[in-house]
Design a protein around this ligand. Structure first.
Ligand SMILES: Nc1ncnc2c1ncn2[C@@H]1O[C@H](COP(=O)(O)OP(=O)(O)O)[C@@H](O)[C@H]1O
Ligand SMILES: [Mg+2]
Length: 342
């Protein structure tokens, strides 16, 4: 990465929105798709909790599943985890069919429910060990893995503590350790951040990023947008059992599965000399989305690109005073999509 010359013309051209990661997804299942949902419905009585849903989630990414209470998020996640059968449609998770290969899906998937359940009399170690052996791990493997998992979620001091003593946030973290104990390929998290303090949420964010760097795919639900801010690569919005696609209205040319809408973060940059900043922005082809007073705003796909922009600016003699992400961008994406609901 370091060999990219800052003076290279068009070095910032890589920021054009069309080339952002995850922006273009094919409409048919590809090998890079970790989760594929086609025409899936699930009724409770006559009530459609999930309706004719199409969805594609690329591998090695963190996708947020966003929507109000009752949107069908939990129902969808349960079907992906092979814990609830769809009434119709097809699902592939890590290449497996949850309907006919439930056992294999349970091995491939880590599932964190929104409520921890009734394991209150067991200690944290006992709970994780029980899950590890249910996943087919040997007792030697479990003995090595369980303390590692407890350390990962910062519950090592609670190893011998009964789960009933844990706070809600600690139970959430134990639930995460339980979902991860067998090193799953796909991680399904239902409202994981609910009840977590800001520190735990930040830890969760870092942990999920580490997991995706190692190839894990994460689908994480929340009805609170702010919880997912800075955590996800893209979002899928659900409303009334359906995936809401962004931007373009769904066309008539057959099924067009909802792919995660990439979350492009907006960063604000301010410099000592405003005219020098303006000049550099123009010369470098920086895709400025707006000027707000003396700050320019630019969409940045990830931290590495932010670092590149900053280095480029400094090397071009722009005296940068501040360069930081603008918060609330996920909310903007969400509200823009909400407009499509009716
Ligand atoms: N076991 C169930 N029995 C009856 N209705 C259910 C059941 N689970 C979910 N529903 C209904 O299905 C809809 C979607 O629920 P859910 O998937 O839990 O949404 P979300 O997780 O987005 O809040 C809601 O209207 C809910 O009341
Ligand atoms: Mg739910």
């Amino acid at each position: 990465m370091e060999h990219v010359a800052a003076s290279q013309p068009g070095v910032l051209g890589a920021f054009s929105p069309g080339q952002s990661p995850g922006a273009a997804q094919p409409t048919t299942a590809g090998p890079h798709e970790a989760i594929t949902v086609r025409g899936v419905s699930r009724f409770f009585g006559t009530h459609p909790a999930v309706q004719n849903l199409d969805l594609s989630v690329p591998g090695g990414t963190i996708t947020g599943l966003v929507g109000p209470n009752g949107a069908g998020k939990t129902t969808l996640l349960l079907m992906l985890a092979a814990l609830l059968a769809p009434d119709s449609g097809t699902i592939r998770v890590a290449g497996l069919d949850p309907v006919t290969q439930a056992r294999e899906v349970h091995r491939a998937v880590g599932w964190m429910p929104d409520a921890f359940g009734t394991w209150d009399s067991l200690t944290c170690t006992e709970i994780l060990t029980t899950f590890a052996s249910a996943q087919g791990m040997s007792s030697a493997e479990a003995t090595a893995q369980v303390p590692r998992m407890l350390a990962t979620v910062h519950l090592e001091d609670m190893a011998r503590t009964p789960a009933r003593v844990l706070s809600r946030g600690q139970k959430q973290r134990l639930g995460l350790a339980r979902a991860l104990v067998h090193s799953p390929q796909v991680l399904l998290l239902d409202e994981p951040a609910a009840g977590m303090d800001p520190r735990s949420r930040a830890d969760l964010r870092v942990m999920l990023r580490d997991l995706t760097s190692a190839g894990t795919t994460v689908l994480v639900s929340s009805h609170i947008l702010g919880e997912l801010e800075e955590m996800v690569d893209g979002i899928v919005v659900m409303a009334r059992g359906r995936a809401v696609t962004s931007g373009r209205p769904q066309d008539d040319q057959g099924p067009s599965p909802a792919s995660p809408v990439p979350v492009l973060r907006t960063w604000a940059l301010r410099a000592l000399d405003h005219s020098r900043l303006t000049q550099w922005a123009r010369e470098s082809g920086l895709p400025v989305t707006a000027w707000q007073e003396d700050q320019l705003r630019v969409e940045v796909p990830d931290d590495a690109e932010a670092a590149r922009i900053l280095r480029h600016a400094l090397e071009a003699g722009v005296e940068v005073v501040s360069f930081a992400p603008v918060t609330g961008t996920l909310e903007e994406t969400y509200l823009a999509m909400e407009g499509e609901r009716r």
